[in-house]
Design a protein around this ligand. Sequence first.
Ligand SMILES: [Fe+2]
Length: 226
Amino acid sequence: MVLLSRNYIYISLKSMSSLLTPSIGRIKALQKRISQPYGAESAKKNPTDQKLNFHPDCEKRINDQINMELMASYAYLGLAYYFHQSAISLPGFYKMFLNFSEEEIEHARFFLDYQILRGGKFTLTDICAPPAKEWVPESAVDIAIEMEKNVTQSILDMHECASKHNDPSVTNFLETVFIDDQYKTISELYHLKTKLKRVQDQEGLYILDKDLEKKYKVALQEQFKE
Ligand SMILES: [Fe+2]
């Protein structure tokens, strides 16, 4: 009787453990489910339901633009921290370029939001590192102008593409959010280039840098001060 009870207990424990221990099949199924991004299946089943008059060319250009904005942000971040080094110490240029860097991330997010709004598929790709080199304010402003002109041209090309595909939403989005803003930034940089040409000595540069320091706020720093 005792033996039977023991056997019964043994059998019961064995069946319980088989319930608690998942089979290899169940583990594999679970691993497969975890490795799948959330909602990936449903996204695959209904990839284009939302799209209306949204041409693949526009969708692709938006993804390219996201990468371009992030690349610009990375380049500005490099410039900002170059001027932030103790051996350089130009806090105005640091703050200006850091602001530009944050602005470019914001631009990338605008394009991401817009891509989602139109039911497009966003793709994030590798961001190229900016060249590691020595800068002076003049060369940094020149490279910033070149970058802003490239970004503006890319936005204008996207506008042309959207016009060709008769997509007023894309053209309106670019006109209201980006195009004028790009020209303002380019103009601002040209003003700074002229001021830099006028600067004759270290004292002049110090005053110009002080002006920039007053003009630009650094959000993170302000937050830490509180
Ligand atoms: Fe931008």
